[in-house]
Design a protein. Structure first.
Length: 298
């Protein structure tokens, strides 16, 4: 399958006629498009590293609950004065309909995992040459999200006292939710900013839009982030501004990959000798011919 050009393409190895390969961009492309079983090794290392960072972040915010709650109250006030506060209305509507609430809770708990895995499988199947590049954008997005959790611990609406939000997971006893002690001890309850549920959904939408031309698939791709935003607000797990930040880190993830490609191409232009302009003679072609040597007389 040929590799189409795109905004997120990473330059490949370049042969300038000397038999040498372009160093930086070639290595970046090899990292982002490597095929075969060996590609699972760096991905596994990245996943382990991400979980280790998440554990450090989770443990670092456990003692900052009062700060996280105060930030939540402030953020909610900012939304109210800006008329950007649909959280209460959506949460009241969802909590008033038990079936809808439980569907939303399970969607929130499992949907982003299942759909993201499905999109990754789709990319490896439809565009294996680009799969690693999109996976790299996903990793970058999550690392940026973890940085946000660490720098700005934020209590979600469901944990704000006296604000009238209903924690639908606790109220309706969703299986596997944070209402159980075993789940609460391994999850960061103050990781609301940014909303990685929204970030993952936007990543899925962009990826599907690029790798497929089917209209129905693109319609579903666009609808997925919208539905996710409604769910995370209706279950009182995020603020509207969290979802904006989630979309931003998704775009930033793709931006990181594009920047790596640009750096690689810039480095290659510095490292490789300049090629002659088309139509311009080379040094040998433009040189004056030497006169034939005259025989010397004895």
């Amino acid at each position: 399958m040929s590799e189409p050009d795109g905004r997120f393409a990473v330059a490949g190895s370049v042969d300038n006629g000397t038999g040498r390969r372009a160093g930086a961009s070639g290595r970046i492309r090899s990292l982002l498009t490597r095929r075969g079983p060996i590609r699972l090794v760096p991905e596994a290392v990245l996943l382990i590293a991400a979980y280790a960072i998440y554990t450090v972040v989770r443990d670092s915010v456990q003692g900052a609950t009062s700060v996280a709650v105060a930030r939540g109250v402030t953020l909610l006030h900012v939304e109210r004065v800006s008329y950007l506060d649909p959280e209460h209305a959506l949460n009241r509507f969802v909590a008033a309909h038990p079936v809808l609430a439980q569907i939303s809770d399970y969607y929130y708990a499992t949907g982003h995992f299942l759909i993201t895995i499905g999109v990754l499988v789709l990319v490896y199947w439809k565009a294996p040459g680009r799969a690693r590049r999109y996976a790299a954008a996903w990793y970058a997005m999550n690392l940026l999200g973890l940085l946000g959790f660490w720098l700005y611990a934020l209590a979600p609406p469901r944990l704000l006292p006296h604000e009238g939000f209903v924690d639908t997971v606790v109220k309706f006893g969703t299986w596997g939710g944070w209402g159980s002690h075993s789940v609460a001890t391994v999850s960061n309850q103050y990781a609301a900013m940014p909303s990685l549920h929204t970030g993952w959904a936007v990543w899925c939408a962009i990826t599907i839009w690029v790798v497929t031309q089917r209209r129905w698939a693109r319609v579903l791709a666009l609808a997925y982030p919208v539905l996710t935003v409604i769910v995370v607000l209706g279950t009182a797990n995020h603020y509207l501004l969290d979802t904006f930040a989630g979309a931003a880190v998704a775009g930033a993830g793709f931006g990181v990959v594009a920047a790596l490609g640009a750096v690689g191409r810039w480095w290659d232009r510095r490292a490789l000798p300049e090629s002659p302009t088309p139509g311009q003679p080379t040094a040998q072609e433009g040189a004056e011919p030497r006169p034939a040597a005259q025989p010397t007389r004895p």
